[in-house]
Design a protein around this ligand. Structure first.
Ligand SMILES: Cc1ncc(COP(=O)(O)OP(=O)(O)O)c(N)n1
Ligand SMILES: Cc1ncsc1CCOP(=O)(O)O
Ligand SMILES: [Mg+2]
Length: 234
C-alpha cells in the first residue's frame, strides 16, 4: 500500500473489542471506514480483551475490512500479532519494547509509530527510526487507565518548533469533535481517536465529522501559510 504517512494520520481510529458500544467491533470498524477514517490501529487491550485464537480471528476480520477500504492497518504493542496479520505497521510506547529491535523484526517497509510525551522523547523516537510519533494525552481520557499526565496540544507546537517541522505527528487522548481543531491547529498531521468514534451513537457520523474537521483544518492551514507568504513578499 503506497500512501504518504502524513496523509494517513489525518483521522486515525484506534480500537479493540473492549472499546465498542452497541455494535460489535467489525460493525464499528465498518462504520468508521464508511465515515472516512484514514488509518486504523488494532489495540486489543484491557479487562476482558480477547486473547489467543479469538484475538487473531478478530484481527484477521478487521485487517480484511481495512484492505477493502485501502486503509492501512497498524497493530498496537504485539509485533508477533502484527506479522501474523500482515499488518502495515506497529505502534509501540516508551515502556513496550526496544524500537531498534522492533525495526529489525518488522523490516523497513512497515510503519513504526512511537508514543512520546516530551520534546526529548520525540527527538529520540525520530533517531530510533519512527515513521510517525503519537503525542499525548492531548486531553484527559477515561479510555486508558495508565495514561501519562495530560500534555496538551501545546507540546505538538513545541515539537514542531524544536526542529521537527515536517515529521509526521498525530495527537491522541481525549480528542472530541469539540477540541479536534485545536490539535490540527497546533501542527498535528492528524488526530488519533478511540471513544470519540467507538462510543459514538453513530460511529459512521462521528468518523465523517472528524474527517470534515481534518479537511477544513488543512485548507485553513494552507490559507494561513499563503497569506503569511504574501505578507513576507510585500
Ligand atoms: C497513535 C498512538 N499514540 C499513542 C498510543 C499509546 O501507546 P502506549 O503509550 O504504548 O499505550 P497503549 O496504547 O499500548 O496502552 C497509541 N496506542 N497510539
Ligand atoms: C491509547 C491512548 N494513549 C494515550 S491516551 C490513549 C487513549 C485514547 O482514547 P480516547 O480517544 O478515548 O481518549
Ligand atoms: Mg503500548
Amino acid at each position: 500500500m503506497i500512501m504518504k504517512i502524513g496523509d494517513a494520520l489525518k483521522v486515525y481510529f484506534v480500537m479493540g473489542s473492549t472499546n465498542c458500544r452497541d455494535l460489535d467491533p467489525e460493525k464499528t470498524l465498518y462504520e468508521a471506514l464508511e465515515g472516512g477514517v484514514t488509518l486504523f490501529q488494532f489495540r486489543e487491550k484491557g479487562v476482558g480483551c480477547l486473547v489467543g485464537h479469538e484475538c487473531i480471528y478478530l484481527g484477521n476480520s478487521l485487517r480484511k475490512l481495512c484492505k477493502q477500504y485501502k486503509v492501512p492497518f497498524i497493530v498496537n504493542d504485539d509485533i508477533e500479532l502484527a506479522i501474523e496479520l500482515g499488518a502495515d505497521g506497529v505502534h509501540i510506547g516508551q515502556d513496550d519494547r526496544d524500537p531498534l529491535l522492533t525495526r529489525k523484526q518488522i523490516g523497513h517497509d512497515k510503519w513504526l509509530g512511537i508514543s512520546t510525551h516530551s520534546v526529548e522523547e520525540a527527538k529520540q523516537a525520530v533517531k530510533d527510526g519512527a515513521n510517525y510519533i503519537g503525542v499525548g494525552p492531548m486531553y484527559s481520557t477515561k479510555t486508558k487507565a495508565d495514561a501519562h499526565a495530560v500534555v496538551g496540544p501545546e507540546l505538538i507546537t513545541q515539537i514542531r518548533t524544536s526542529g521537527l517541522s515536517d515529521f509526521p505527528i498525530v495527537g491522541i487522548g481525549g480528542i472530541t469533535l469539540e477540541n479536534a481543531t485545536n490539535v490540527y491547529k497546533a501542527g498535528a498531521n492528524g488526530v488519533a481517536i478511540i471513544s470519540g468514534i467507538s462510543q459514538a451513537k453513530s460511529p459512521e457520523q462521528a468518523a465523517a465529522a472528524f474527517r470534515k474537521i481534518g479537511e477544513d483544518s488543512k485548507s485553513k492551514s494552507l490559507q494561513d501559510f499563503c497569506s503569511k507568504l504574501q505578507k513576507s513578499s510585500q
